[in-house]
Design a protein around this ligand. Sequence first.
Ligand SMILES: *Cc1c(COP(=O)(O)O)cnc(C)c1O
Length: 386
Amino acid sequence: MLYICKKIQPVDNKIWLSSPHLGGGEQKYVQEAFDSNWVAPLGPNVNGFEEDLGKYLQDNVFVGALSSGTAALHLGLILLGVERGDEVICQSMTFSASANPIMYLGATPVFVDSESDTWNMCPVSLEEAIKDCIVKGKKPKAIIAVHLYGMPFKAYEIREIADKYEIPILEDAAEALGSTYKGQKCGTIGDIGVLSFNGNKIITTSGGGAIVTRSKELKDKAVFLSTQARDNAPHYQHSEVGYNYRMSNICAGIGRGQMEVLDHHVGLRRAMHSFYETYFKNIENVIVFSEPRDDFYSNHWLSCIVMDSYESREKLRLLLESENIESRPLWKPMHLQPVFEMFPYYGGNISETLFQKGLCLPSGSNLSERDKERITAVFNDFFRVS
Ligand SMILES: *Cc1c(COP(=O)(O)O)cnc(C)c1O
């Protein structure tokens, strides 16, 4: 009887892992773009958004607004001199967009395992990979390190190795705007940094990204390449291959509004993480992914847990799904992906184990008390808490 009653009740809205959360100020900037007819991949919002980001990141960086984080990674590799046949080291546990641009350039990805504190690039495996590449006659051209789920990677350890072998770091901070390591903002830690403003990220421009550089010259070069590499001439003149990667002035308007609420939304994401920490405090066999030390400050873009087995993880995931609540296994490592499995890999099975047992939970800054009640009800059911 109870089950029949349950079925005929209206279905609750879907609870997403991470959905866009607008602050209210976005439309003003978009309206300005329409009013002034700057409906193009340049204009006052693009410049303004770059300034807002630069101020937020501090540290005297130069920001170029682009059409996506993937485009920023692609241009970042080009600016670091990566060419066909080069080797590029990449964190294996990441989203495929970290690795795809290596392929665009005809370079070879060399994947490196994670360590268990931050789930990010393991410094020991990184050095092993570099040494082996050198022995085989090819020093890697770049290291792509990722702040997964907003958790900063071990920046000092990775930097020490990068400097020892004189290899630049391309910092994939797509998930980590608002996170810091030893007080330094993620996005400013690498030789070049990358941000994403896709719909599911901590702030969104509907789709977009940015490249963060240490020099105006590099930023100008990125913008030049992103706008079809047009030489300074009255006619269309090109000496280099260009790309159409610049951010539109409409999207940048959304971004300017989002910057007004960024810190507030980081606080709300961190509150979601606290909600899960509190819930799982007394539940055995569930670990909530948290900062290992005070040096790390995560925006907790996604809250994640690790369970005792693949089977229990799947059971919980399916139970959430049956209640219209989205969750997702932790990102499948690149060295296990059909498209990348033929490339070299260094490390053990940390990332593979995380993929087996880990789950990302609804983490949006816009989740309501009712949403949290629904999530809690599923957990209570699963963990038999009354
Ligand atoms: C989202 C994401 C990207 C790509 O950003 P887009 O703006 O979607 O192209 C790259 N790396 C990581 C780790 C991401 O999560």
